[in-house]
Design a protein around this ligand. Structure first.
Ligand code: 13P
Ligand code: SF4
Length: 350
């Protein structure tokens, strides 16, 4: 077992040795100990874009979660190998929609709504769900372009099946002026709608019953406590939080939006942020002239993001150097082509 400083030294050596043959994207929710080595940092949209632009690197060591590495594989060439330093770095939200459930749901929705529905999926979904959406004329969305993409979808069809995050779907639709009464939840476990079904034809949003287990940890009680104790603290949350939390907060937006909001905030201003712990901690460290706390005082780590740690990262680099790369992420060709259709529909708008 190597000491952290030796692991870091080894990582820098390998980066130097491989040069442009290696590219390391890192999501904002990653640990500092790996972000230090990232060639590009970003939210999920930015990372998808930089992966698509980089056609030179032979190896892309993706510091993020499985669905992001799949997207990188879909967007990069056959001559490029995407590696995920720890295969257990999944996403509980992406796991809430599988193909069997989605096929069953789609069949029921076709019977109910005919040809008046189009699917959209948050990029936080597996490649096969993206492929399904691509096949049925839909597109992917990220938290930073969800409004644009939902507007587009509703210009195509009367209603949208939004996978797999009900909260991002509900919050985005609400912002576009769609009343909550015109949204209904689809439960993929019971294969049924949740809630009253007498006015199904009015429904514009069919929200897949999935959520992010990190962002659901920011609750109304935290907002009430804070408003009472510190009414001058601004509350800024990610739209993966529940609708009531988003509505009760002062600002909401994607990871990129949160970072920019804090960057632009005046010195001395006070903030409570509702998003993943590593990002909140980094903002606290970087913006020492502002008073920043987590909206949930217990902090909310994403356990799977955190599985990419320094030992796994260096191990995956070492394996590349020794000619035996591990944890290669390869989406099969047919799925990859369909998923790419869905992603490229999104790229037309951003
Ligand atoms: P964004 O990077 O699109 O803000 O998504 C947040 C997230 O939960 C990533 O897993
Ligand atoms: Fe998935 Fe939420 Fe973790 Fe993002 S923060 S990877 S959506 S569980």
């Amino acid at each position: 077992k190597m000491a952290p400083q030796d692991l870091k030294k080894r990582a820098w050596e390998i980066k130097k040795e491989l040069g442009n043959r290696l590219f390391i994207p890192g999501h904002h929710y990653q640990k500092d100990e790996v972000i230090e080595f990232a060639d590009a940092t970003g939210d999920s949209l930015q990372l998808a874009q930089v992966s698509a632009e980089n056609q030179d690197a032979e190896y892309i060591v993706f510091c993020g979660v499985h669905f992001m590495a799949e997207t990188a594989d879909i967007l990069t060439g056959d001559h490029q190998t995407v590696v995920l330093p720890d295969m257990r770095a999944g996403c509980s939200m992406a796991d809430m929609a599988n193909m069997e459930q989605t096929e069953r749901a789609w069949q029921k929705l076709q019977e109910t709504f005919g040809d008046t529905i189009i699917p959209l999926t948050y990029v936080n979904s597996t490649a096969e769900i993206k492929a399904f959406v691509g096949k049925h004329g839909g597109a992917t969305v990220t938290s930073s372009n969800a409004h644009k993409m939902l507007k587009w979808a509703l210009s195509q069809k009367k209603r949208v099946l939004f996978l797999p995050d009900q909260h991002l779907g509900r919050n985005t639709a609400f912002d576009l002026g769609i009343p909550l009464e015109e949204m209904i939840v689809w439960n993929p476990i019971s294969d049924e709608f949740e809630g009253p079904t007498e006015n199904l034809d009015d429904m514009q949003m069919i929200l897949w019953k999935g959520h992010c287990s990190v962002h659901e940890n920011f609750r109304m009680q935290h907002i009430h406590d804070l408003r009472e104790k510190e009414p001058d603290r601004h509350i800024l949350v990610h739209p993966e939080c529940t609708h009531e939390v988003v509505t009760a907060s002062d600002y909401n937006g994607s990871t990129k939006y949160i970072i920019n909001k804090i960057k632009e905030a005046p010195p001395g201003s006070k903030w409570a942020i509702g998003t993943e712990m590593n990002l909140v901690n980094r903002l606290i460290q970087v913006h020492t002239d502002k008073d920043i706390v987590s909206l949930n005082p217990e902090m909310c780590p994403c356990l799977t993001m955190n599985r990419i740690d320094l030992p796994h990262f260096v191990w995956s680099l070492d394996q590349i150097v020794s000619g035996k790369p591990v944890n290669k992420i390869k989406v099969d060709a047919e799925k990859s082509a369909l998923a790419k259709t869905a992603i490229e529909r999104m790229f037309q708008f951003v």
